[in-house]
Write a protein that binds this ligand. Structure first.
Ligand code: C2E
Ligand code: MG
Ligand code: MG
Ligand code: MG
Length: 286
């Protein structure tokens, strides 16, 4: 039991660390088991092209339901998986799952769209990443142009020659690269010149509650102009309302994703709605 000799504050701290440590071990065991037993799933959220008003692709988002803990958010377990060394296993799994499913959708519907997969910087920085990515494309038969990788802006915090080289190799395969959560993760924009980037995804925090006159409108306008000047395309993430949509339309945004259109859906749900998603919609005259 706790002794007072080091001061009660110290003992309490040590005690709470032990509890946390036990829970982390349980979580790690559960996560390893979930990966093995296929208890994790990939959901898909559609993205729409605001120029053609059609479906342009979907983002794969991982879902984990545990019998004891219930639904565990990726916001919680992805950072944990990064710490305990499971993130690359999860990333490989998500890549394989997404590419396999996308290939099936391409064959079934013949629609030229692409799936995006979130990649952790830890996974991306492994020496064999590109080789294994190439392997997944070959194994699944998915054309590289139908795959996009989403890499958070935060991942580019430590820019190294090796990381730039990895990006170039991904581009050489023909896979698209998007910068996720753009505008929140980095203080210098110089990386936009150094890395081959196709797409910027404006972070939800800029989109939420967009109203004419707010400073976030100026941010969104500037991000879209910057991206276009650098030959990049832009996705607005987290669009929930008509008003948010009308502002990004006014600003010539290329693509949109958000609950206003659809939540992330299971494979079955997405399959059932894929054709309808691909019919041209009339969002222009809101
Ligand atoms: P993210 O990549 O920025 O994904 C977008 C998140 O915003 C998703 O949350 C999505 O469900 C949510 N979202 C989309 N539209 C709206 C909206 O209109 N309103 C609101 N409030 N939310 C919206 P989710 O699925 O909980 O994922 C959270 C984060 O976890 C992701 O952020 C991503 O960073 C990470 N993540 C998810 N799946 C994976 C994965 O397979 N691998 C890795 N490395 N990270 C993943
Ligand atoms: Mg993402
Ligand atoms: Mg994001
Ligand atoms: Mg995020």
């Amino acid at each position: 039991e706790a002794k007072k000799e080091k001061g009660s504050g110290y003992v309490q701290y040590e005690h709470s660390m032990n509890i946390a440590h036990d829970q982390l071990l349980i979580l790690e065991t559960k996560l390893r088991y979930a990966i093995k037993q296929n208890q994790i799933e990939l959901y898909y959220q559609p993205k729409f092209d605001l120029k053609t008003n059609r479906l342009m692709g979907m983002e794969g988002l991982i879902r984990w339901y545990d019998a004891d803990y219930g639904f565990i958010s990726p916001e919680k377990f992805i950072p944990f998986a990064e710490e305990c060394g499971l993130i690359s296993v999860i990333g490989e799994w998500a890549l394989k799952r997404a590419c396999t499913q996308m290939k099936m959708w391409l064959d079934e519907f013949g629609i030229d769209i692409r799936v995006s997969v979130n990649i952790s910087p830890i996974h991306l920085k492994e020496r064999t990443f590109v080789q294994r990515l190439h392997g997944v494309l070959q194994e699944t038969g998915l054309p590289a142009k139908n795959l996009e990788l989403e890499i958070t802006e935060m991942s580019l915090m430590h820019q190294t020659e090796q990381l730039i080289e990895t990006f170039n190799q991904i581009k050489d395969l023909g896979v698209m690269i998007a910068i996720d959560d753009f505008g929140t993760g980095y203080s210098s924009l110089s990386y936009l010149k150094k890395f081959p980037i196709d797409i910027l995804k404006i972070d939800q925090s800029f989109i939420r509650g967009l109203k004419p006159g707010l400073s976030d409108v100026a941010m969104v306008t500037a991000i879209i102009k910057l991206a276009h000047a650098l030959n990049m395309l832009v996705v607005a993430e987290g669009v929930e309302t008509k008003e948010e949509l009308s502002i990004i339309l006014d600003n010539n945004c290329d693509f949109v994703q958000g609950f206003y259109f659809s939540k992330p859906l299971s494979t079955e749900e997405f399959s059932a709605r894929l054709q309808d998603f691909h019919l041209p919609k009339i969002w222009g005259n809101l």
